[in-house]
Design a protein around this ligand. Structure first.
Ligand code: ASP
Length: 911
C-alpha cells in the first residue's frame, strides 16, 4: 500500500514538473541500442525523470532507437535519423551497437558528443567528441594482468572466444617473462571452437595437467563451458578459473555444485549504500512498469556504465547552462552541409569535469575520451566476496583478505568435500590390510600404514573427510621429458585427481616447481643397504681354512718324506747305533732303534708340538730333526695365528664402508629405485664419486634399478654380498629392524625430507603445515613412526633375535669347530678297530702256540682283557682246568690263581 502511494505521488510530482518545465529549454538525447535493454531502459527512464524532476534547468527528452547488432548500414541510417529528427540531439549514447567506428566518425563529423559503454580495441587517435565509459583498453589489459599475477599461478591456459579477447590478454601474455627459465612454467593459449561442444578442448587442457584457466568468452557461454569442464573433472577444488567477463557475477553458479576457485572482476560494487539507494529508485520505477525487482548481483556492467554516461551527460548540460553557455542541438542532415555546433567546447568541458555519484567508481577521461580512472574489484563468485581491488589511478592491487581469511576460506572449502588423497603401496607407509575371512573391505579400510594414520591425524585437526586412492602407475613422480608430463603422484595432483599426495615422497626442487609441499614430517638421507657376510656358509672343517689344500698336502707329503729320510740318516750315522747291553763293554752287535715306525712317531710328535720319548743321537739325524722342528714351529704357529682369525672372520668388518668404497670397486653391483629421487640424486649430482656411481649404475647389465624398494631389498638378500641397494635411511631402518642379515653401510649421502604434496598455491597448505607442526610438537609423529617401524611388526625385531641367538655371540660356535670333534672321533674309532684286529690276531697266535681252539683262546684272552685288576700278563696264557670242567667255582679259582701268579711275577721282577 505504502509503495503504491509512493508511486502515485512520484508520478504526480513528475507530471506536474514536466508540465511546468515545458516552458523551459529542452534538449534531446539520442540512444541507439542493439539488444533488449530491460535494465538500461529502467536506468534511462529513472535518470531522466530524476533530472527533469529535481534539477529543472533543462528539460531532457530522449530519442531511443533499436538497431540490429549485425547491420551496420542500418545503424548508420538510424543515427542519421536521430540527428535529423525533431530538434536534433545534444549527444548520442550507443549501447552495444555494431560498427561503433562508423557511428563515431559520423558524430565526430557533426561535432555531436558520442558516448560508448563497451570495450574498444586500442586506437592511436579517437575523435575528440567521443567518450568511452568502458575502461581504456591498455589499462584494462594491465588490470587483468595484475589480477592474474596476484593469483600466483605458475602456469595457466587462456581460453578465448573472439580474437579481440587476445588483445585484452596481451599484458597477461607478457607474464610469461616472469618464469622465463622454467620449463614447466608456461602459458598456453586456446581458442574455443565454433559450436557449443568444447569437450575436446577441455580434455586437451586436462591432459596437459593444467588446472588454472582464464576464460574470456560471452557471459552466456560461461555456465555451459563450466558444465563441460565439470564433466572432464576440471571443476574440483584444485581448479582455478578467472572469468574476464564483467558480467560473470550475474550468473548462477550454485547449479555447478563445485569447490573450484572461480574468480572474476567487476567494475562496481553493488554492496554500497549509494548503489542500493539508486537501485531502490530503479526498482520503484520498474515496479510501476513491470513489477520486477532488480537485485544488485543482476545488474550488468553496461547498465551501470549507461547510468554513469547519462548522469555525466545530463549533469554537464545542466552545469554548462548554469554558466550561460548553451549547448546547440539543431537538427543535422547527414548528407547536407555541416552546420557549425559547439560540440568541441562541450566535449572538452565534459572531459575536464569529474562526475560525482557514479556507480562505476571514479571517472576521468584523457584527451581522446578514453576512461583512464576506474576501479576493478576482484570477486570470488562462489562466495560472492570481493577479494581485492585494482586502482587505475596508481595501478595497484590491494588485497582485501589477509592471509588468515584466505586460509579460512580455503579450509572451509576443503571441509565441504571428500578430499582425494593419492598414494602408492610401500611398507610401512601404505599396505593392503588383510580382511577377516569372508569379509570384503571397502574404501579406506582396504589400507593401513603410516601415511593413512598421518592423514587421519591431520584430518582430525583440520576437520575434513578423505579417501585414499592408489596412483595408477605406482610411481612417486618424475618429469617425463619424452611425454612432456609428470608421472605418479605428482601427475595425480596436477591433473586434478587428488588434492593431497602422501607416501615416502621426497621434497625435491624439481617437484616443488610443479606442486606445493607441506612442512616435512620426516627427515632422512640416502644410504647403502647391504647384506652381512653369508652366515649359512658355516664350515665344520673351518679348522682346515687357515691353510690352503696344497699346504696341507705338501705338509703331509713332507711328513712322510722326512720320516723316511730320517730313517736312512739314522741308519747311516754311527751315533744312532747303540750297545743293546750297556754293561757289556764290548758287545758283539750294535742296535739301531730308528726303525721306520719310530721315525714316523718322532716327526709326528714334533709337528703336533708334543715331542717324543726317544730322540736321535747321531749328529746328522739330530740336524735333520732340528730342521724338521724348525719347520714344525713355523707351520704350527702360523696355523694357530690364522685359525683364530679365520674362525672369527664373520665378525670382521666388511670391505665396503661407504659410497666411496662402492664407487672404487666393480665386483659388488649397486643400484637404486627406478624413477625415484634417489636415482635423480646420482643422475644430477656434480660430486665426482656420485657421478662415477651413476655412470656405473647406468651401464651395468642386467639393470641394477628396481621398480620397488622391496625388490631391491630382496635382491640384496639373494645376491649375498654381491649387490648393494641405495635407499633412503628411514626405509633402511625399517628393513634392518627385522631382516637381521641386512645392514646399513656408512652414513647418509645427503639430507632431505618427506612432505605431503598438494597442487600449487593450495589455500589449505598453511592449515596442513600447522597440523603437522602440532603433531610434531605433541610427539605424535614420533609415536606414529615407533608404531609402524617397531610395534606393529609381525616378524621379531633383530634385537630380540640377537638376545636369544648365541650364534652371534663373540665365542666360537660348535659349528665352527665341529670338524675337530669329528676328526677326533674318527681317529679314536680307527684306533679301536686296530686294537680289536690286533687282539684277534694275537688270539689266533695264542691258539696256534698253545694248541687251543680259537674259541677257547679268545675266551681266555677276552676274560683277561676285561679283568682290570690284572696289570701283568704271562707270555703263555694260563689254561685252567676249568676250560674242560666248565664249573664256575673252578673258573673263579683259576682266575684267583692267575691273579696271584701275576702278582708274584710282578713282585719278583728279576725272574
Ligand atoms: N622417496 C623417494 C621419492 O620420493 C623414492 C626413492 O628414490 O627412494 O622419489
Amino acid at each position: 500500500m505504502k509503495i503504491v502511494l509512493q508511486n502515485v505521488l512520484w508520478l504526480l510530482v513528475s507530471v506536474a514538473y514536466q508540465y511546468f518545465c515545458l516552458a523551459n529549454e529542452s534538449t534531446t538525447i539520442g540512444v541507439i541500442f542493439s539488444e533488449e535493454i530491460n535494465q538500461s531502459a529502467v536506468v534511462l527512464k529513472s535518470t531522466i525523470h530524476k533530472k527533469n524532476t529535481f534539477d529543472h534547468i533543462v528539460y531532457f527528452r530522449t530519442n531511443v532507437k533499436q538497431v540490429s547488432k549485425y547491420d551496420s548500414f542500418e545503424a548508420s541510417k538510424t543515427l542519421c535519423t536521430i540527428l535529423e529528427e525533431d530538434d536534433g540531439v545534444a549527444a548520442v549514447i550507443s549501447l552495444n551497437s555494431p560498427t561503433i567506428a562508423l557511428l563515431e566518425s559520423t558524430c565526430a563529423q557533426f561535432e555531436v558528443p558520442f558516448f560508448m559503454t563497451s570495450w574498444k580495441a586500442p586506437t592511436t587517435r579517437q575523435a575528440e567528441t567521443v567518450f568511452n565509459f568502458f575502461p581504456k583498453a591498455e589499462l584494462f589489459s594491465q588490470a587483468l594482468a595484475e589480477v592474474v599475477r596476484s593469483l600466483q599461478w605458475s602456469s595457466f591456459v587462456i581460453v578465448y572466444e573472439h580474437e579481440e579477447g587476445l588483445v585484452r590478454m596481451q599484458d597477461i601474455l607478457k607474464l610469461q617473462d616472469i618464469s622465463h627459465d622454467s620449463k614447466h612454467n608456461n602459458i598456453r593459449v586456446k581458442q574455443l571452437g565454433p559450436g557449443d561442444d568444447h569437450r575436446s578442448l577441455l580434455k586437451e587442457i586436462k591432459n596437459a595437467s593444467e588446472t588454472n584457466i582464464i576464460l574470456d568468452c560471452e557471459t552466456e557461454h560461461i555456465i555451459p563451458i563450466l558444465k563441460q569442464a565439470k564433466d572432464q573433472n576440471l571443476l574440483n577444488i584444485n581448479n582455478n578459473y578467472f572469468l574476464t567477463s564483467l558480467d560473470a557475477h550475474t550468473l548462477n553458479y550454485t547449479e555447478l555444485r563445485t569447490a573450484a576457485n572461480i574468480t572474476t572482476i567487476r567494475l562496481f560494487n553493488y554492496n554500497t549504500e549509494d548503489f542500493n539507494n539508486i537501485l531502490e529508485r530503479w526498482n520503484l520505477l520498474n515496479s510501476y512498469d513491470k513489477m520486477i525487482s532488480l537485485e544488485g548481483h543482476q545488474i550488468k556492467t553496461e547498465t551501470v556504465l549507461f547510468h554513469d554516461a547519462l548522469l555525466h551527460l545530463t549533469t554537464s548540460i545542466n552545469e554548462l547552462l548554469k554558466t550561460e553557455k548553451s549547448i546547440t542541438s539543431n537538427p543535422i542532415n547527414c548528407f547536407g552541409s555541416t552546420t557549425s555546433r559547439n560540440g568541441y567546447t562541450f566535449a572538452s568541458y565534459m572531459k575536464e569535469r569529474k562526475p560525482l555519484l557514479t556507480l562505476s567508481g571514479p571517472i576521468e577521461f584523457d584527451n581522446y575520451g578514453n576512461r583512464i580512472d576506474f576501479n576493478i574489484h576482484v570477486v570470488d563468485v562462489i562466495e560472492n566476496q570481493i577479494l581485492a581491488d585494482w586502482y587505475a589511478s596508481n595501478s595497484s592491487l590491494v588485497l582485501r583478505r589477509n592471509s588468515n581469511e584466505r586460509e579460512f576460506a580455503a579450509v572451509t572449502n576443503l571441509q565441504k568435500i571428500v578430499v582425494n588423497v593419492t598414494s602408492r603401496l610401500g611398507d610401512p607407509y601404505l599396505m593392503k590390510r588383510t580382511p577377516e575371512e569372508g569379509k570384503t573391505l571397502y574404501g579406506n579400510d582396504r589400507y593401513e600404514g603410516y601415511s593413512m594414520d598421518l592423514i587421519q591425524e591431520v584430518a582430525n585437526i583440520i576437520g575434513f573427510r578423505f579417501e585414499f586412492h592408489l596412483t595408477k602407475d605406482g610411481q612417486y613422480g618424475k618429469w617425463d621429458e619424452s611425454q612432456k608430463k609428470w608421472t605418479g603422484l605428482v601427475a595425480d595432483l596436477l591433473e586434478g585427481r587428488a588434492q593431497l599426495a602422501i607416501c615416502d615422497l621426497t621434497i625435491t626442487h624439481q617437484r616443488r616447481e610443479a606442486v606445493d609441499f607441506s612442512t616435512p614430517f620426516m627427515s632422512l638421507g640416502i644410504s647403502i643397504l647391504y647384506k652381512e657376510e653369508a652366515e649359512e656358509d658355516i664350515n665344520m672343517f673351518a679348522f682346515l681354512d687357515p691353510f690352503s689344500m696344497s699346504i696341507w698336502i705338501y705338509t703331509a707329503t713332507l711328513y712322510l718324506v722326512i720320516s723316511v729320510v730320517l730313517y736312512f740318516i739314522s741308519r747311516m750315522t754311527p751315533g744312532d747305533w747303540e750297545n743293546p747291553h750297556p754293561c757289556d763293554e764290548n758287545p758283539e752287535e750294535l742296535e739301531n732303534i730308528w726303525g721306520i715306525k719310530n721315525c714316523l712317531w718322532l716327526t709326528l710328535g714334533s709337528i703336533m708340538t708334543q715331542g717324543c720319548d726317544i730322540l736321535p743321537k747321531g749328529i746328522s739325524s739330530r740336524m735333520a730333526v732340528s730342521m724338521w722342528w724348525f719347520f714344525s714351529l713355523i707351520v704350527t704357529s702360523s696355523y694357530t695365528a690364522n685359525l683364530a682369525a679365520f674362525l672369527t672372520k664373520d665378525r670382521m668388518e666388511s670391505s665396503i664402508k661407504g659410497a666411496e668404497d662402492l664407487a672404487k670397486q666393480t665386483k659388488i653391483k649397486y643400484g637404486a629405485l627406478d624413477g625415484g629421487s634417489t636415482m635423480s640424486f646420482f643422475r644430477d649430482s656434480n660430486v665426482s664419486t656420485y657421478k662415477r656411481m651413476w655412470i656405473n649404475m647406468e651401464s651395468t647389465r642386467p639393470s641394477v634399478f628396481e621398480k620397488h624398494n622391496n625388490d631391491g631389498v630382496k635382491r640384496v638378500q639373494a645376491q649375498k654380498g654381491n649387490y648393494a641397494f641405495l635407499m633412503e635411511s628411514t626405509q633402511i631402518e625399517y628393513e634392518i629392524e627385522t631382516k637381521c642379515d641386512l645392514k646399513q653401510v656408512g652414513g647418509s649421502l645427503d639430507s632431505k625430507s618427506f612432505g605431503i604434496a598438494m597442487p600449487m598455491n593450495s589455500g589449505y597448505r598453511t592449515a596442513i603445515n600447522k597440523a603437522i607442526l602440532k603433531l610434531q610438537e605433541n610427539g605424535k609423529l614420533k609415536e606414529l613412526k615407533e608404531t609402524w617401524w617397531k610395534k606393529k611388526r609381525k616378524e621379531p625385531s633383530c634385537e630380540t633375535v640377537e638376545a636369544k641367538d648365541t650364534t652371534n655371540s663373540p665365542e666360537l660356535a660348535l659349528a665352527n669347530v665341529g670338524g675337530v670333534f669329528f676328526v677326533l672321533g674318527i681317529g679314536i674309532a680307527i684306533a679301536v678297530t686296530v686294537a680289536i684286529c690286533e687282539f684277534l690276531w694275537n688270539v689266533r697266535s695264542v691258539s696256534v702256540e698253545e694248541h687251543l681252539t680259537y674259541w677257547e683262546a679268545l675266551k681266555v684272552e677276552f676274560k683277561f682283557a676285561c679283568n682290570v685288576w690284572i696289570t701283568k700278563k704271562r707270555i703263555k696264557p694260563v689254561i685252567a682246568e676249568s676250560s674242560s670242567s666248565g664249573s664256575n667255582k673252578n673258573d673263579n679259582k683259576s682266575m684267583i690263581h692267575s691273579i696271584f701268579q701275576s702278582a708274584g711275577s710282578l713282585l719278583n721282577l728279576n725272574n
